[in-house]
Design a protein around this ligand. Sequence first.
Ligand code: FE2
Ligand code: FE2
Length: 246
Amino acid sequence: MLITRNIKMADVIHLNYFTLTVLNRFGIELGFGDKSVEDVCKMYQVDADFFLEIVNTFVDKDYFPKKHLQTFPVKLITNYLQKTHDDYHQNKVPEIEFLIEQMVNSCYTQKDKIVLLKKFFNDYKQELLNHTKREEEVVFPYTLAIEKAYLSDKPDQSVLKLMETYSIDVFQNEHDNIEEKLFDLKNIIIKYLPQPKNSKLCNKLLFELFNLEQDLNDHSRIEEKVLVPKIRQMEKIITEGFAQTK
Ligand SMILES: [Fe+2]
Ligand SMILES: [Fe+2]
């Protein structure tokens, strides 16, 4: 079922409660009662079209309007990606750490194995932090600079220098699959840890890991299939523009 602007926002959550995370990333909080998606977006000054595309790609994995998503300003796209990073570091990772800590304290008799799991996740956390930091400090500012030059009637020559030192292809080549390691982590819990004392806690942790993995997949898809081609196209037009004025 495709989510449209006239549907009640409450029904979006009923349809798929994972959308709550998406709502929060757009700054939308509960308390909207019976209001439609369009009215809630208006209330929070959120671009309803962009919200609908993001929420629909999140709910239905087959729905991915690459071309349409590429029509939105880079600022909207990078803002959403940035909010997603913040959510990982402020909510999802601490929640997983908390559950692992609880498991260390209560779940297993063979503590050494669960301590290894803790170390594995700590390393993962650092890797995720490096990954998102690089995007925030290098990639997002680069994409915004490219869009600015693309939209300008007479782009500054400095953009050529910038494109000599970096390009969106460099990002694509170095962009690692950060969700892959989560699979290994889940597998350690599912296959290699001894029977837990507290299965509920163990299931909860697995659920959070599956959830983060899926979310990261969705996130990378926007980076690689929306942001990268959009910027590549702009780089091409900028380069052609300068070549013509020579
Ligand atoms: Fe990212
Ligand atoms: Fe990424």
